[in-house]
Design a protein around this ligand. Sequence first.
Ligand SMILES: [Fe+2]
Length: 413
Amino acid sequence: MEKRHMNLKPEYLDDGTNFFKIDPLFIDPDDLTQFSLYEKKSESNNQFRFRCLLLDTSSITKQRLMELLKSWENIYINKQQINCYNTYLKNNLTHILKHENINVSRKTGLLKDISMEVVKQTFETNFEGIKDKKTALKNIETLVSRSLGFISDIKSLNGIAELIGHDYDTHTHSIKVAWLMAVFINANLDLFTIQSKEQRRYLLTEAAVAGMLHDIGKVKIPKNILQKKGKLDNLEYLLIQGHTAYSTILLFNSGLSDQAMEAILYHHENEDGSGYPCNLSRENIPMLAKICHIADVFDALTSKRHYKAAKSPLEALKIMTGQNPFLETLLQFEKEARENIKTPVTAHVRDDYEARLRRLREKEMLEAESQKRVEARMKIRDKGMAHCFNTELLKRFIFTLNRSESFQLSQLL
Ligand SMILES: [Fe+2]
């Protein structure tokens, strides 16, 4: 421990670039820090005096430390000790997420940063050996275990709401899916046979771990296909579909439970049997996979992509329940199509990409028997994605989100 402080001075005159501010509430009086805490005082133009308050928290009693932490508004750490501080945060995540005086926003930000690092590391793991697989799974399990109380608490829905509408990336997506699954399952435990607190914790852990890892197989899909802006050809689409099988191959022998493994393998199965990889339907799809599917699609629709804007939770859920949120636009386009048979029908059903595909298909359709096809399409128009999900579960999902004032979904109920 001494070595860590050897290079640090009791006082610095600095423009602030070598220090960063931390929240005193992030310090757990029961877990001593190995980094030094500084206060900042204005000195002159753009210069500050950083004075060491505590070399580390082991030098005073717990009682005194608690008093000091309450009295300090802001404290600073020298950037030389950033790694030490980050490790401390990771180890004390449970304490911070439980702290009543830290607001959901700050907790969400911290959870996102820490999870991002762990998930990114896991996705970059070489899954060749059993030891690598076990280590990767252990890291995810530790993260889930430290954050489970928070991510399964209905109150944390405000935190989920804060992350909605941001740019899509696989790592944040994994965290949000895990979080949505945990909060949904905890609020709908009657869907499962749970007899004890231990069983509840086990179920929530399995669900969140599955959520974190559900798309891990995407690491095996070439990036140019995953990030392709244009239309995917059949082979590319098939390769992308392979990510569910890849996930199970990567995690095979990692120690992951069958329940979590099934949730990962079947998270793209549709209720009507039109999904992949096995065309499972209804009761043949495991419950965790159905829940993962709902959380996955909800997050994908409400995230921004390079080819589409993020949908609001209400729009996304309208699509998922088969209520078309763009009905008026559609009717207008269809009117135009009838009036001028040579004009391809444009439709914003899901997103721009879908609309482009639709226009291409419709051009072909119009050449053959346009009117008949348009009428046929109108019949399936409002179906949206309803066929993909279990209606009862989707209703419960909407009901669960609606319990937070951050989601205004009552018109769907
Ligand atoms: Fe997926």
